[in-house]
Design a protein around this ligand. Structure first.
Ligand SMILES: [Zn+2]
Length: 292
């Protein structure tokens, strides 16, 4: 899931495109303010049966698009399904793929509370596990924060990275207030940067040509937000809504609720780092925040 609706909406990508000799993207047909042009579902490999990385949300009009993508890249079918994480716009499409293509292995890093909602068997992938197909080797890298089960995948043959929702071709990643963790997310961005990817295949939006530059941009953006929040508290305690008014003054009020979620996740991280303290209510949104 993503944010910055004004940017996410209106971007159009082709339904099917070959982004490299071993990576073809089929759009999930689920455009929205949260998913931008829709989820990028990737056919990976060069053989007759490809890995399907993230089958989208479960929109029926996606099935003919996937068929077209298979035909255009010269494949006959699917080898297995691999997931970056268990959010609905990624795992939601699994059931209709199994119905259409028959039993296939579905692999992801476990997230027991979330995975229990689905009635297909899930094979666990751990950090460092490899999934191979003709012409492509995917190595999972545990990168939590946006979601606790989030894996990125190094595409060994290209030195490229499938970033899932951690880095997007458009907009910025949302850190959900309940299951997200901004501190872990920023550590994950550092880990992704250390991999030194050439290019990045994001779960939403266009190909990112310069992976390290985009990762640095994401890290800088988050660090700047930390600083802006600390600066907003320099004149005294504020609730989240008060901080949003200062930090997001240039943004329309319709975005302030989403911005509040983002500020809350920064505050939780800053609190853990002992850079802010909360008083009054324990609730993140109701508490008064101040500098220590
Ligand atoms: Zn997500």
């Amino acid at each position: 899931m993503t944010s910055t609706p004004a940017v996410m909406l209106g971007m159009e990508l082709p339904d099917v495109a070959a982004w490299s000799e071993r990576v073809t993207v089929a759009l999930g047909q689920n455009p929205s303010v949260f998913t931008g042009p829709g989820t990028n579902t990737y056919l990976v490999g060069t053989g007759s049966h490809r890995i399907l990385l993230d089958p989208g949300q479960g929109v029926t009009s996606y099935l003919p698009i996937l068929e077209r993508a298979l035909a255009e890249c010269g494949a006959e079918g699917l080898q297995e399904i691999v997931l970056t994480h268990g959010h609905p716009d990624h795992i939601g499409g699994v059931a209709q793929i199994l119905e259409r293509f028959g039993p296939l292995s579905v692999k992801k890093f476990p997230w027991p509370e979330n995975d229990a909602e689905f009635d297909f068997p899930i094979t666990s992938l751990a950090d460092g596990d490899v999934v191979q197909t003709e012409g492509a080797t995917l190595r999972g890298v545990l990168t939590p924060g946006h979601a606790p089960d989030h894996l990125c995948f190094v595409l060994e043959e290209e030195g490229a990275l499938f970033s899932g929702d951690n880095v997007l071709g458009v907009g910025t990643t949302v850190i959900p207030s309940r299951s997200g963790d901004l501190g872990a997310y920023m550590d994950s961005l550092e880990c992704m940067l250390a991999l030194g990817p050439t290019h990045i295949y994001p779960a939403h939006g266009p190909l990112i040509e310069d992976g390290p530059a985009k990762l640095r941009e994401y890290l800088d953006h988050r660090r700047q937000r930390d600083e802006q929040i600390l600066a907003a508290l320099a004149d005294g305690p504020l609730q989240v809504a008060g901080i949003v008014k200062v930090v997001y003054a240039a943004y329309p009020e319709s975005l302030h609720a989403a911005a509040g979620q983002s500020v809350a996740s920064h505050l939780r991280k800053l609190e853990r780092e002992a850079r802010v303290v909360r008083s009054g209510e324990p609730d993140l949104l109701v508490a008064a925040w101040s500098l220590p």
